[in-house]
Design a protein around this ligand. Structure first.
Ligand SMILES: Nc1ncnc2c1ncn2[C@@H]1O[C@H](COP(=O)(O)OP(=O)(O)OP(=O)(O)O)[C@@H](O)[C@H]1O
Length: 603
């Protein structure tokens, strides 16, 4: 068992292990126990709904990491804070085995259920853990190597873990780096999505230390009071869950000064970065206090083909808006932008993913309930999402996936503008801006009997189509804006024109989401002051890599290899469908020579 290098080593790994074994015995477990704690379908659905951070912030990352598991036996697992596996993905061969090894969704890995194991012990201690082979308390898990990193919510609560499991004979040596980076990315995304109008996001970014580069300390303040933070900030500023909504930034920064946290940050040349909701990140000098943005607000990076001004007028008039577009093209991003600019910004922005709501929870979640309305209901009752959105914006994501029964009830709320909570008699009036989003063709859904026609007319009073990124007119400019939003100018890193043109020509099936993550990777891999050239491009996922101008080929690599002396660089790339390594091989040169030649041609 190992603990994370930057954790305070209060206990040695051996004592962590022996303490965990002692706890396992205390739970009444025996090493040869063979019971398999697995949650039912309903419980799994409930937990997935309750811990929707996994669907929102972790699943996209999982999808990005999955290719690493193609050639290595292993799986990535995400669990809730009770140790229940909610998602697993990875090497398909090992996944099958993992199902037998109980790593499929629904299996419970808390320490009291299975004794010492990475997921359960990481949750019990709130820190990174690796458990290998016979270190597992239950003998039947001795075939596994597992490493788990806790994930914390922006309010500093333990939200679950991300885990890598592989055969004990093939332990995942770089699990620490992969998991700490993944947990940080999830938390960072989560924190950034929390910021609402009037709040300020303070980010402390390391400068000049490539190994620290991706790790940013993030804190959210509203009127100077702490509202959120990632776990790095919680750790280094000594923040506790009870500090949220209570502690003032002055006291937080003063304490950090006193205990040396800020001095440590200055030593590692941190830059403080402030982002106000509605305003673009502004760089301020480190000794300036958070609260004032350094730059004037700018408009959002508008997707091409969308008339923002017209759309905002529609939203302000209370007209229901439907945003269509492929996944990752920025539907929710546009919704949030409209909300912040609109007259609805003093209310809440309430986003619901209709595809992720388990059917039996829908009613109580949307309509709310009265105290004691059903077994297990909170004694304080619950207002429900419709009422939470009152005076603000209700963003219904994946509306095309809403179950038919709920469509009927939604239509009634929209028509009557009143909500009756479960177990209640009186109706509460609601008034909100309705914005729906979908990647589906709703007219087709109506024809197939999957979507109510009357609801379609009600939610599609005005429609905006965000085109796929590959069809945007101004991709080069957009890439440069994103690059600068990511903070590249602060580090003096620029993209050379051939890189911008190359990226603009990639098809980006994952749209802005995919482009953004590739730019983040590129930035993380770059040195301060560097000009990024084609030679510096990391391997992009194959589907994103093939520039649009590359037509498919029917020739096999062997056929084309015979013609190698006759083809030039561009032909080789075309024939290789954009795979630069393959193209270089065809030409009999190295990948970097190929990039250098292309660079020369474009100059
Ligand atoms: N115009 C934009 N400018 C800057 N960032 C953007 C823009 N559009 C999208 N993004 C970023 O791209 C990512 C995906 O955007 P978003 O979640 O809004 O897409 P979506 O279309 O709602 O995706 P899905 O259909 O999968 O829910 C987010 O990180 C978002 O911040």
């Amino acid at each position: 068992m190992r603990n994370l290098p930057h954790d305070t080593p209060l206990l040695s790994p051996a004592s962590i292990l022996s303490d965990s074994w002692r706890r396992s015995q205390h739970y009444g477990l025996a090493r040869d126990d063979d019971h398999r704690p697995v949650a039912g379908h309903e419980q799994l659905g409930e937990s997935r709904h309750r811990y929707d951070w996994i669907a929102r912030y972790a699943s996209p990352l999982l999808a990005q990491l999955t290719p690493q598991f193609r050639t290595r036996a292993g799986v990535l697992v995400l669990s809730d804070p009770g140790g229940m596996v909610l998602e697993s993905t990875g090497n398909s061969g090992f996944l099958q085995k993992a199902e037998q090894l109980a790593l499929a969704p629904g299996n419970v890995w808390s320490e009291d259920a299975r004794g010492t194991n990475a997921i359960g012990t990481a949750l019990a201690l709130g820190r990174y853990c690796e458990v290998s082979g016979k270190e597992h308390f239950l003998s039947r898990h001795a075939a596994l190597f597992c490493a788990a990193m806790p994930v914390y919510s922006p309010r500093g609560e333990l939200a679950g873990v991300i885990d890598i499991s592989s055969p004990a004979s093939l332990p995942w040596q770089d699990a620490t780096q992969l998991l700490s980076r993944a947990a940080w990315q999830i938390e960072q995304h989560w924190v950034q999505k929390q910021i609402t109008a009037g709040q300020v996001l303070v980010q402390l970014r390391p400068q000049g230390q490539p190994e620290l580069a991706p790790f940013t300390h993030s804190l959210i303040f509203e009127d100077g009071i702490l509202q959120g933070a990632n776990s790095l900030a919680c750790r280094d500023f000594g923040l506790q869950p009870q500090d949220f909504g209570q502690r003032h930034q002055d006291s937080i920064f003063a304490c950090a000064m006193e205990n040396g946290a800020l001095a440590w940050m200055r030593d590692t040349a941190y830059q403080m970065h402030i982002d106000r909701a509605q305003k673009r990140p502004g760089v301020i000098v480190p000794d300036q206090r958070p609260g004032k943005p350094a730059e004037e607000p700018t408009a959002l990076l508008a997707p091409s083909g969308v008339n923002l001004e017209k759309t905002l007028r529609v939203v302000n008039a209370g007209i229901a808006l439907c945003i269509n577009g492929e996944t990752g093209c920025g539907k929710e991003y546009l919704g949030q932008h409209l909300y912040r600019q609109s007259k609805w910004r003093s209310g809440n922005f309430v986003a619901i993913n209709c595809a992720a709501l388990p059917e039996h929870l829908i009613e109580s979640e949307l309509f709310g309930y009265m105290p004691g309305a059903f077994t297990g209901a909170s004694s304080r009752g619950y207002a429900g999402k419709f009422r939470e959105a009152n005076g603000g914006m209700l963003f219904l994501d994946e509306i095309g996936d809403m179950p038919l029964a709920l469509q009927t009830r939604l239509l009634r709320v929209l028509q009557e503008k009143r909500v009756v909570p479960l177990g209640g008699n009186s109706a509460f009036p609601v008034d909100f801006s309705l914005v729906c989003a979908t990647h589906r063709n709703l007219v087709e859904q109506v024809e197939r009997g999957l979507f109510r026609e009357d609801l379609l007319y009600r939610i599609q009073e005005f429609t905006v189509e965000i085109p796929p990124l590959r069809q945007w007119q101004n991709k080069g400019l957009f890439i440069e804006q994103l690059w600068s939003e990511l903070g590249a100018p602060v580090r003096g890193i620029r993209l050379c024109q051939s890189v911008v043109s190359y990226l603009a020509d990639c098809p980006w099936p994952g749209n802005v989401r995919q482009l953004l993550s590739q730019l983040k990777v590129l930035l993380a891999l770059s040195d301060n002051g560097q000009t990024v050239t084609l030679c510096d491009l990391p391997d992009l996922p194959r589907s994103a890599h093939a520039p649009l101008s590359v037509p498919p080929t029917t020739r096999t690599p062997n056929e084309t290899a015979c013609h190698a002396p006759c083809i030039n660089e561009l032909e080789a790339i075309r024939i290789s469908q954009g795979n630069m390594s393959e193209a270089a091989k065809r030409l009999g040169i190295s990948r970097s020579t190929l990039y250098r030649r292309l660079e020369k041609q474009r100059a």
